[in-house]
Design a protein around this ligand. Structure first.
Ligand code: ZN
Length: 360
């Protein structure tokens, strides 16, 4: 009896431990199709998309200019080809931004009050812009994970002697190419996520985070967005973090050459998404991704990228970022400087985190 009693007791005692391990293990146990999607992520496709977006032909993709329009058309055509549906009636979420005359040095805005105020002045400036937005419906249609990257950059400076085009290979063609691949991989998985996934390509980030601000300010139910995954500058490695508060600033050491031995990728996350840390580290180990994550909590309402538009509404965020470097916002941010192996691994890690958050 005692022996039987002992066996029963040990089973009862052990059961919760086993189930806790089972559940923990299950955290990163993705639906079977996810592996198929992961394998579909290709360095060649990322390289092709990035090289086109950062080519001289797109003239630095300035918001409201021809190069920006071509980039938007390109992104739309890739989403369509991948079978990603438009989130709105069209793939384009068209909007306008206004500012007073240049001399006043006031940033462009998209909120109705500022627009009304500027339009009442003798002269004002106007920008026509469009986000490109697609989605994959989840089992819970009305719960969302948004993943986004801005596609605009700073264009051309005709007064520059020599190379005048700001190609923006790292900022931010790298992330657009990555998010397009993630979208394709989700389709390839053949799995229906629990939550609806919105793929968003922002316009006007370089001007004043305009595209993401317009999207969030006009979104039907903000509380239904459970998290935002931001990619901005994921084409290099071992870069420097900016100063996030009170405004975005480039620290002095960001102008020093990157050191070869520094291989890290910054992965910044909101305190509320602490669990992402464990999930990501498990995914990296399980899928043997050759990536050096530098995980840090990002303070709320941090400037720097489109994460701000979501953070201002307390929507938790994850931001993939390989850091600032001497080519940042110069004509030397070219395709040749991109680390495509690291970028492909970041794309895979992003895809896995997206599944974790979309299925959690
Ligand atoms: Zn950027």
């Amino acid at each position: 009896m005692r022996r039987i009693y002992f066996i029963v007791m040990s089973i009862l005692l052990l059961a919760p431990i086993v189930s806790a391990q089972e559940t923990a293990k299950k955290q990163t146990d993705h639906p079977s199709g996810v592996d198929k999607g992961l394998e579909n992520i290709s360095k060649q496709s990322i390289e092709a998309a990035l090289s086109f977006l950062a080519s001289d032909a797109l003239e630095g993709r300035e918001a409201g200019k021809n190069g920006g329009l071509v980039a938007a058309e390109y992104i739309k055509s890739v989403l369509k080809e991948q079978g990603i549906k438009p989130f709105y009636d069209s793939y384009f979420q068209v909007f306008e931004a206004y500012s007073p005359v240049r001399e006043k040095g006031v940033e462009f805005q998209v909120d109705p009050d500022s627009i009304a105020k500027y339009k009442s002045e003798r002269a004002f400036r106007k920008l026509n812009l469009q986000n490109v937005v697609g989605y994959i419906e989840g089992q819970k249609k009305e719960e969302y994970i948004v993943i986004g990257a801005h596609y605009d950059h700073v264009g051309i400076d005709e007064l520059l002697v020599g190379d005048q085009i700001y190609n923006g290979a790292d900022d931010n063609a790298s992330s657009v190419a990555a998010v397009l691949q993630v979208a394709k991989a989700v389709v390839t998985s053949g799995e229906k996520p629990l939550r609806t996934i919105i793929f968003a390509f922002w316009d006007g980030e370089e001007v004043n985070y305009l595209g993401s601000e317009y999207f969030v300010a006009n979104f039907k139910s903000l509380q239904a967005i459970k998290a935002y995954i931001n990619l901005d500058m994921v084409g290099r490695e071992g870069g420097v973090l900016p100063i996030f508060h009170p405004k975005f600033r480039v620290p002095e050491n960001a102008r020093q050459p990157l050191r070869k031995e520094n291989k890290w990728t910054h992965i910044l996350y909101s305190e509320k998404l602490e669990k992402v840390k464990g999930l990501l580290l498990e995914d990296i180990e399980k899928y043997r991704l050759n990536i050096t994550p530098k995980l840090n909590v990002i303070p709320p309402k941090s400037h720097g990228s489109d994460n701000l538009s979501f953070s201002l509404r307390d929507i938790p965020e994850v931001w993939f970022f390989t850091g600032l470097h001497p080519d940042y916002h110069t004509p030397w941010d070219e395709v040749e400087t991109i680390n495509f192996d690291n970028l492909t691994n970041i794309t895979k890690a992003t895809y896995l985190v997206l599944w974790d958050l979309a299925n959690e």
